[in-house]
Design a protein around this ligand. Structure first.
Ligand code: CP3
Length: 354
């Protein structure tokens, strides 16, 4: 294995000293990059791209060739897990993800297998190994998964949703069925993330994209408690280093104290939470990642720099900040604007360290 040349990202997640604030972008590999669109066209469709280790590696590395990012993130999707459980994921043109066999009742849940990461999800493990080899220790590789709750929303709704009718119906009318499903997902995700860590992921992030649609008590019962189970089951050291875990609940700003108590190393913040306030609340327990509104990248460079400056000042002096967007980068932003964001995070953060 190669020596890690840039470990700022791992150090910041553990609140250790760094020279400048590390930065990466959620969804940094994707359709805002013309080279991504070209590779995706070569692969055919999105899942074929995920299943081809060489091409998945290529698109993982594309943003790193353009920008001085401090981490790479595995190119895959959170919905590979339900796909491996037999729901059959497909992407309808312009409609987002769909499942051919959604989960509708307890009998469906009972039938769901817990996938073996090296078998049904072996293509993801191959991608992780291929990416690690090609990174040659330049920056660490982030592995990831969806949270059980977020995966369940897609599995029960049969795809993306704005109102979450079916999953909420299940939650309020058949809570035991939903708990069974979440339990299977927590077991599957734990195996999956441990598989990624064994294959070479140096940090892992749990995306709880839809935790924010729950009530406070619903969040604790249906989302956070299952993320807690996963964290309790994760391998936390690999290659002689701690493997930091980041928890990101979009819209979860009210629940940071509870999230920080799970034993994770860092919390991802969306842009609706003030980072200064978040640091005062949980900064003695966890690092913070975020949290620029991705729409700022539509603005001219000077405005982007102003926003980066404000987030860096909001976090303030000292350690424990990973600069990022508050959610995924939009597909229609100019790539140069992403470059302005990354460069500004490094240049403007120097005075806050050392
Ligand atoms: O960040 C990265 O660069 C790594 C790759 C990554 C993808 N999806 C690639 C992708 C990651 C980390 C994800 C996570 C993911 N996928 C989440 C959680 C994070 C978040 O954004 O909240 C969710 C909810 C999904 C589910 C998903 N996958 C949706 C809703 C879609 C459709 C999105 C759209 O805009 O059409 C996908 C497909 C997907 N996953 C794309 C990419 C680059 C676009 C596919 C394409 O090329 O057409």
């Amino acid at each position: 294995m190669y020596e890690l040349k840039n470990d700022r990202y791992l150090r910041a997640l553990l609140r250790q000293p760094v020279d400048v604030t590390p930065v990466w972008m959620m969804r940094q590999a994707g359709r805002y990059l013309p080279e991504y669109k070209a590779t995706r066209a070569e692969a055919g469709d999105f899942m074929s791209l995920c299943r081809n280790a060489e091409l998945a590696c290529e698109v993982t590395l594309q943003p790193l060739r353009r920008f001085p990012l401090d981490a790479a993130i595995l190119f895959s999707d959170i919905l590979t897990v339900p796909d491996a459980m037999g729901l059959e994921l497909y992407f309808e043109q312009g409609e987002g993800p769909c499942f051919a066999r959604p989960v509708t009742c307890k009998a469906d849940v009972d039938k769901l297998p817990i996938p073996d990461p090296e078998v049904e999800l072996g293509y993801v493990m191959n991608a992780v190994r291929t990416i690690r080899r090609n990174l040659q220790g330049d920056v660490p590789l982030i592995g990831f998964s969806g949270s059980p709750w977020t995966l369940a929303t897609y599995m029960v709704e049969g795809g993306s949703s704005k109102v979450f009718t079916k999953i909420k119906q299940m939650m309020y009318a058949e809570p035991r069925t939903l708990h069974l499903l979440l339990d299977k997902l927590a077991a599957s995700v734990t195996l999956y993330l441990n598989g990624q860590i064994r294959a070479g992921a140096q940090s892992v992030m749990i995306f709880d994209t839809w935790g924010g649609v729950l009530t406070g008590s619903g969040y604790l019962e249906f989302s956070l408690s299952y993320m807690q189970k996963i964290i309790d089951g994760l391998q936390r050291e690999s290659e002689g280093r701690r493997v930091p875990v980041t928890l990101f609940t979009k819209g979860g700003g009210q629940w940071l104290e509870a999230m920080a108590q799970t034993g994770c190393d860092a919390l991802g913040l969306d842009w609706s939470t003030d980072i200064n306030d978040a640091r005062r609340r949980v900064g003695d327990k966890v690092a913070l990642q975020g949290n620029m509104d991705p729409s700022v990248l539509y603005a001219p460079p000077a405005r982007i720099e102003q926003e980066v400056a404000s987030i860096l000042a909001g976090f303030g002096h000292g350690e424990g900040h990973v600069c990022n967007l508050g959610h995924g980068i939009h597909q229609d932003v100019p790539p140069e604007h992403a470059g302005v964001f990354v460069e500004a995070a490094h240049r403007l953060s120097r005075p806050y360290h050392g």
